[in-house]
Design a protein around this ligand. Structure first.
Ligand code: FUC
Length: 779
């Protein structure tokens, strides 16, 4: 039963929730369900389904069901070129002004003379595909209502009783059939009557209904964007179909199937034919087969990993009540497991091979103007989206990100050459499906040429975890090489230190007070993060070129560059310096903690390498937190990863609780008012980093296990080198570990300072270890 809390005050709130919430959890795996006893009143309560590209938010109304629809390529805008033509000429003067400490003048010149401006006519945004509305005629009042999302199967279900009839709606987005599928059933014949229609905000879409088909077409963005085509078909068992204008009415059916397909001309020249073909194909198949294939396909990803952090019996409560109970101190470890697996669910549902990568909202965005255009911010957000991919055994879901960066290369090459006069590839803080790469907007975010260089970290990791040499040769290395080429050309010697520095550049979005001057500035020669990213990239490119036995001379050039790169430095109070000098921060609790890139996601600050910086990194986080840091979901999620890397399980855990209680919406979406998906992904990554790490040349078990999670397991987590780990722990200590070698690499395993080395492992073989890290006799 309910494990009662230590705090007296919390008991009252838990009892309150027990009384409020009917105990009606049912179905196969209650632990893997988000569920509610009322329809979603707002988008932030609706439940997401998706197949990597086609998605819906299920509201679950009884009189009116709304499914807010998305297709990942519904974008306004077009390829653009808004670079500042004077940039190349102004670059040396900006650098000179910065070296002279003339920050305000430098910033003004960079703003006008290096950055381009967004042209209004070129504005681009991701947008909703539209809404599918079902207006039901229910036979009576509503009772027994339940709305759920089963993330073990990727199916959302709404059930309720009206009159004497039990109604059920199932919704899923199938990847094998490339269609959104809805099945409406009732336990009495002839009970289902409703009107179906699709619509799109702006009233510009051409919508037609004929027979049991509805089509919707629009050249989005007032003709400045993609051409979108949506097709929908209703198949009724029993009853009658009455088409009327742009809607279809079904009367007295026994059950109804609805199929929806959508495409744009972003991927296919004929989106209309594409959607029609998919619709014909899926609607000719038996529902049981469609569902079976969908579930099997989804499970082939989801079932690779299981986690147990202890038992709290929270599954008996609705998801919103569980968050509220946690806010009141109830320790619902089952909710943390659900939150964790929901992160994996979201990645499987928004990023599949050959789709676009997950954007700021995955694929789920309402309206025509989502926050930040729901674009691809590459100054942390999209990288964070992919942090959980490798470690939670979803490695191939990184491929859309690698493909996306690859597709940016032509523009990125042009930007390097025309804006900076350099070879290689460069992109700045954000981009969109048209792959723009030139520096745009304001200095405080725009003057930052590290977007691709950082993305290379995710791209390289895919090789380290998966060992796919062809991927390294044909995809990863060419991107890394061109990015490294840019960075090597970009660095200049700092006359004050003799080291190479990156600049003009910023430490993403943070500002400092101008020393002996007025106001604030953000741009310097030598933000710490740039050097950490460049060091990472150059080292990884050197390793990759050695593995591929190629580019010897280039490798030598990178080695020489690394020798002269500015080292990471600490300030007078022992914190890591964010900029080249010790400035006073304008916002000491800033959400970006860029100068800790070397701690996470990088690997420059470890016990093995630069242990002296670990303490400085800890002080840096504490200082940020003491000044209100971690106030956005993604920032909080990053802090979990930092504490995990500092091996401080209890602090990491505190921040897991803070993420769920302060930055999580009722539908478990990450809150960056209103919603941004990176915090979900960063949260899942952070919890994994608490249980297994492999960035420092060894596979470390339970590096940051908190006291609160005394007993549990993680099975199927991945480590660099291609090791799959099943770890069990008891009373806060390792019980057993099973490590399966997928690639046959040597294995260095560590736990609490003890290490075990296997010079060679056999591909496909599992190795079992006991609590003392002794290799058990293999059966
Ligand atoms: C970064 C962050 C903001 C937001 C935006 C999409 O610039 O600083 O908080 O997440 O990306």
């Amino acid at each position: 039963m309910i494990k009662y809390l230590h705090f007296q005050a919390c008991i009252a709130s838990v009892v309150f929730f027990m009384l409020l919430v009917p105990v009606t959890a049912r179905g196969n795996d209650p632990a893997m369900k988000l569920w509610f006893n009322k329809p979603a009143a707002t988008w932030n309560e609706a439940l997401p389904v998706g197949n990597g590209s086609l998605g819906a938010m299920v509201f679950g109304g009884t009189a009116r069901e709304r499914l807010q629809l998305n297709e990942e390529s519904v974008w306004t805008g077009a390829p653009r070129w808004d670079a500042n033509p004077d940039a190349r000429r102004n670059l040396p003067s900006v650098r000179r002004l910065l070296f002279e400490g003339k920050f305000a003048e430098a910033e003004k010149l960079a703003q006008n003379g290096i950055l381009g401006s967004f042209r209004r006519d070129n504005a681009s945004s991701y947008q909703t595909l539209g809404d599918l509305i079902l207006d039901f005629k229910n036979p009576g009042g509503i009772s027994n209502y339940r709305r759920e999302l089963d993330i073990s199967e990727a199916v959302s279900t709404v059930t309720y009783t009206s009159g004497q009839t039990n109604f059920r709606r199932e919704v899923f987005s199938s990847a094998p059939d490339q269609a959104l599928v809805i099945r409406i059933t009732a336990d009495k014949p002839g009970a289902i009557t409703f009107t179906a229609r699709i619509s799109r905000p702006g009233n510009k879409a051409l919508i037609k209904a004929s027979g049991s088909l509805i089509s919707m077409s629009e050249h989005v963005g007032n003709g400045n964007g993609v051409k979108m085509e949506t097709r929908m078909k209703l198949l009724n068992d029993g009853g009658t179909v009455l088409p009327g204008g742009d809607s279809i009415r079904i009367e007295k059916a026994n059950s109804v199937l609805i199929f929806l397909t959508a495409a744009t001309d972003y991927f296919t020249p004929d989106p209309s034919a594409w959607s029609e073909e998919r619709l014909e194909k899926v609607s000719a198949r038996p529902f049981a087969d469609i569902r079976k294939d969908h579930v099997a396909d989804y499970k082939s990803y989801f079932d690779r990993l299981s986690i147990d952090l202890g038992s709290s019996d929270g599954n008996y409560f609705t998801t919103d009540a569980r968050i509220a109970a946690m806010q009141n101190g109830y320790d619902d470890t089952d909710l943390i497991e659900l939150y964790y697996q929901f992160g994996r669910y979201l990645l499987i549902s928004s990023s599949r091979p050959l789709t676009l990568p997950a954007n700021l909202q995955g694929i789920w965005a309402d309206g025509l103007t989502p926050p930040w255009s729901a674009d691809y911010h590459i100054n942390i957000n999209i990288q964070m989206n992919y942090w959980p991919a490798e470690i939670t055994n979803l490695g191939e879901l990184v491929l859309p990100f690698a493909d996306f960066i690859d597709a940016m290369r032509p523009n990125a090459r042009r930007t390097a050459s025309e804006v900076y006069g350099l070879k290689g590839i460069v992109a700045h803080y954000t981009t969109d499906v048209w792959h723009y790469t030139e520096p745009l907007g304001a200095v405080v975010y725009g003057m930052w040429p590290m977007g691709i260089a950082w993305s290379c970290q995710n791209i390289w990791d895919h090789y380290l975890f998966g060992g796919d040499i062809e991927y390294l040769r044909n995809k990863a290395y060419p991107i890394m090489k061109e990015s490294a080429e840019f960075c090597a050309g970009w660095l200049v010697t700092d006359p004050r230190t003799g080291y190479l520095v990156s600049g003009p550049s910023i430490s993403p979005e943070n500002r400092f007070r101008i020393p002996e001057g007025e106001g604030t500035a953000s741009m310097v020669m030598g933000p710490t993060m740039d050097h950490m990213i460049i060091r990472d990239l150059l080292q990884n490119t050197i390793r990759a070129s050695l593995i591929l036995s190629t580019d010897k001379a280039f490798r030598r050039k990178l080695e020489l560059t690394l020798e002269k790169l500015t080292p990471t430095r600490t300030g007078s109070d022992g914190r890591i310096l964010e900029w080249s000098e010790e400035f006073e921060e304008h916002e000491p609790g800033h959400r970006h903690i860029s100068h800790l890139y070397g701690l996470h996601p990088g690997n420059q600050i470890t016990q093995q390498q630069h242990p002296e910086l670990l303490e400085a990194a800890g002080k840096t986080i504490e200082y940020r937190l003491a000044h209100g840091g971690g106030h956005t979901g993604w920032s909080r999620a990053w802090i979990i990863n930092f504490f995990a890397r500092l091996k401080d399980g209890n602090k990491a855990c505190e921040n897991v609780y803070a993420l769920i209680t302060k930055s999580t919406l009722d539908n478990l979406f990450d809150n960056h008012p209103p919603f941004q998906i990176d915090g979900n992904f960063g949260g899942t990554a952070g919890i994994t980093e608490m249980l297994i790490q492999s960035h420092a040349g060894e596979v470390e078990l339970l590096p940051a296990l908190p006291e609160k999670w005394g007993n549990g397991h993680i099975r199927g987590a991945m480590a660099r080198g291609g090791f799959e780990a099943d770890i069990e722990w008891e009373n806060g200590l390792l019980k057993t570990a099973k490590i399966t070698s997928r690639l046959g690499n040597p294995l260095k395993l560590s736990y609490k300072g003890k290490t075990f080395m296997l010079e060679a492992t056999e591909k496909g073989k599992s190795y079992r270890f006991n609590k003392d890290l002794n290799l058990a006799h293999n059966p």
